[in-house]
Design a protein around this ligand. Structure first.
Ligand SMILES: [Mn+2]
Length: 465
């Protein structure tokens, strides 16, 4: 038995039920996964209702209808099987499509999950696509949504591209004409909407001295290369429109600039995923920006708008999403300014700030990442924010750079260990992690994370701070 066999069995099971309720997560992966499943089922003539939740917990379980519909949990459920059992859900009325670690409970629910086969870089939208394709092999148009979900969950980040089944799905989408895969593309964000010099300046992975965080530097760099900054229509040129020749010139000059500064060029390039069917200069044109668009819908608690866009709405829903994206960016910029204006407290191995209740907890991680590139990049940053639903809890976001990860930093472990010892819970990735902790333990938590980071450096060996 392999992952495809699991997907096939799940597909067969699912199409035997009508109606179906999909319970999914409000982020890009959850929205893309929900759309894939809902579309595949609707095409079979099955009636589908969807429910979106921020996370699956006793409170949100109430949103799961107590009816006879078949329940499909997407991008969540694997780690909450006890909760499903407590809610009285039977094994024969549940299917879990997830990529999170499983929690064994009293019931053994049917599950399709890449990690059971060692695929750790396949998101829920990826798994959902494998199931959709088993429902009907003609569902290849949904591959692009799977790519968006995978990119949204940062599955391509570590390897500068998708790998394993997630990449095979992208290839399938490419063969069917829905996805354009660009190999050895520049590893930067905003290739369809940001003016070229801004795009280069905002990119700090890898950090290119003189260009990263330096819009003027990036502009002068492009002028030296004789790359036109504006098109014939007078609009700023975006990376996606740059000619092959100029792209080569820019990337090799960036590589040189990195090398003379002792940097590593391995993260300068990535594989990128574009959608040729979408209008140019919009966030719909590439997987990264499309994922951001969906995430901003989720963050404003309007995941259904994201779902409509995934289903092809380019009218009202798209305009609403654009509006949320603008707000989303404005509030992140505001948070960034707040952090820089107020300053962070520096400990030996960590810098931190508490932003109170000024900003939604859903964006502090992004703000932390952006602030870090303007602060001391050698110290991970920790941001605390009040959790709106529960004043007794504080939400924490941690960010560092890939360079620090290469030097031994593992924020996931630090967040998990520090929060576990203080009555909280945490997790994430080496480069980005989060935790939820009792408010009274904030100071102790910060101290504990700093100690753990110090330990991680010590373990990485001499030569490090
Ligand atoms: Mn996910």
């Amino acid at each position: 038995m392999g992952l495809i066999d699991d997907a096939r069995a799940a597909a067969r099971d699912m199409v035997c039920h009508n109606p179906v309720t999909i319970v999914s997560h409000i982020d890009a992966d959850g929205i893309a996964g929900e759309t894939i499943l809902a579309q595949a089922l609707a095409r079979e003539g099955i009636e589908v209702k969807s429910v979106f939740v921020r996370q699956l917990e006793p409170l949100t379980m109430r949103q799961v209808p107590r009816d006879t519909s078949f329940k499909v949990f997407c991008d969540l459920g694997a780690g909450q099987q006890n909760l499903l059992a407590e809610a009285g859900l039977r094994e024969d009325e549940v299917l879990i499509i997830d990529h999170h670690v499983s929690q064994e409970g009293p019931c053994s629910y049917r599950q399709v999950n890449g990690i059971h086969y060692g695929y750790t870089k396949l998101s829920a939208a990826g798994v959902a696509y494998l199931v959709a394709r088993e429902i009907d092999s003609g569902n290849t148009d949904l591959a692009r949504l799977s790519v968006i979900g995978n990119i949204g969950d940062m599955m391509a980040r570590e390897d500068c591209g998708l790998i394993g089944p997630a990449r095979e799905i992208a290839l399938e989408g490419s063969e069917a004409g829905w996805v354009e895969i660009r190999g050895k593309d520049l590893n930067c964000y905003g290739v369809s909407t940001r003016p070229l010099h801004v795009c280069l300046a905002y990119n700090d992975d890898p950090f290119v001295p003189g260009i990263s965080n330096n819009v003027n530097g990036a502009m002068k760099f492009l002028q030296r290369m004789k790359v036109p900054l504006k098109g014939e229509d007078g609009n700023w040129v975006v990376w996606e429109e740059v000619s092959d020749e100029h792209r080569r010139i820019i990337t090799s000059a960036l590589a040189q600039q990195l090398l003379v500064n002792g940097g590593n060029v391995s993260r300068l390039f990535c594989e990128s995923y574009l959608f040729p069917g979408e209008p140019g200069r919009t966030p719909l044109r590439n997987a990264q920006e499309f994922a951001t668009l969906l995430n901003s819908c989720g963050r404003w608690s309007r995941p259904r708008i994201g779902g409509s866009i995934c289903r092809g709405d380019r009218g009202v829903a798209y305009r609403q999403a654009e509006h949320m994206l603008t707000n989303h960016r404005a509030i992140i910029r505001e948070l960034l300014m707040y952090i820089l204006d107020n300053g962070v407290c520096e400990l030996s191995h960590l810098q931190y700030i508490h932003v109170g209740n000024r900003y939604p907890d859903t964006i502090v991680g992004i703000g932390a990442g952006m602030a870090l590139s303007k602060l001391n990049r050698d110290k991970p940053i920790l941001i605390m924010v009040e959790q709106p639903e529960d004043p007794e809890l504080t939400k924490v976001s941690l960010r560092t750079t890939e360079q620090m990860v290469a030097r031994g930093v593992d924020l996931q472990r630090a967040a998990m260990e520090a929060s576990a010892s203080l009555g909280g819970a945490g997790g994430g990735h080496r480069v980005a992690a989060g935790a939820s902790i009792p408010r009274e333990n904030e100071q102790e938590f910060v101290k504990r994370v700093n100690e753990l980071l110090a330990g991680q450096y010590a373990q990485a060996g001499p030569g490090h701070r």
